[in-house]
Design a binder for this molecule. Structure first.
Ligand code: GRF
Length: 196
């Protein structure tokens, strides 16, 4: 089986990267992570080290502009013949030049049922503040409109009495850890990412 070549972009703790790497450790899983890119020395990089996956940090300060940084990252991804790019807790907005180069091949995981609570990673706290009875997570295609690309899959998560933003986000992450590998599997099996 030729596995789909996946790169993961991270900024934070990397639990979604860990879940995806665990899925990829199954010989039957049709995708493999070939490169992890971070925009800082993120704890997430520990998961790449543990799995022996190549990883690179593209610090914004090392480049004259955000676009220059993203072009350098695009070069590394192209050189690694990456077929799918997964944003998993990546907290920088990708430049249009980057998104256009990989159009239809970038996905993102977001901790809400988009379009609700788009635009920031504190979506669980916003859901709690809004008093909704359920929220969840979404895997969607990345376009130049932040958190507004076509939805590929969603999972609902109930808001429980007495929830804190942290407890709610923990349960949303648990759902993400199943949803993201399932979406990657689905895309790999079709050998195709839906176009915009
Ligand atoms: C996730 O909740 C994801 O939806 C959001 O950022 C969080 C990343 O968590 N974009 P982790 O770094 O994968 O643990």
């Amino acid at each position: 089986m030729t596995k789909l070549r996946v790169a993961v972009l991270v900024s934070g703790r990397g639990s979604n990267l860990g879940a995806l790497l665990d899925a990829c450790a199954n010989p039957d899983f049709p995708a493999g992570v070939v490169l992890v890119c971070a925009n800082r020395d993120a704890p997430a990089l520990q998961h790449a080290r543990r799995s022996g996956v190549a990883h690179v940090v593209f610090r914004r300060q090392a480049y004259p502009s955000r676009e220059a940084r993203d072009l350098a990252m695009a070069g590394a991804l192209a050189a690694t013949q990456v077929e799918l790019i997964v944003c998993a807790g990546y907290d920088a907005i990708l430049s249009p030049v980057f998104v256009d180069q990989f159009a239809g091949r970038i996905i993102n995981v977001h901790p809400s049922l988009l379009p609700a609570f788009a635009g920031s990673m504190d979506a669980p706290a916003r859901a709690l503040a809004a008093g909704v009875s359920e929220t969840g997570c979404t895997v969607h295609l990345v376009t130049n409109d932040v958190d507004a690309g076509p939805v590929l899959a969603q999972q609902r998560v109930a808001v429980l009495p007495g929830d804190t933003a942290e407890a709610l986000h923990r349960r949303i992450r648990d759902a993400e850890h199943k949803l993201l590998p399932a979406v990657v599997r689905g895309l790999a099996e079709r050998r195709l990412v839906p176009s915009r």
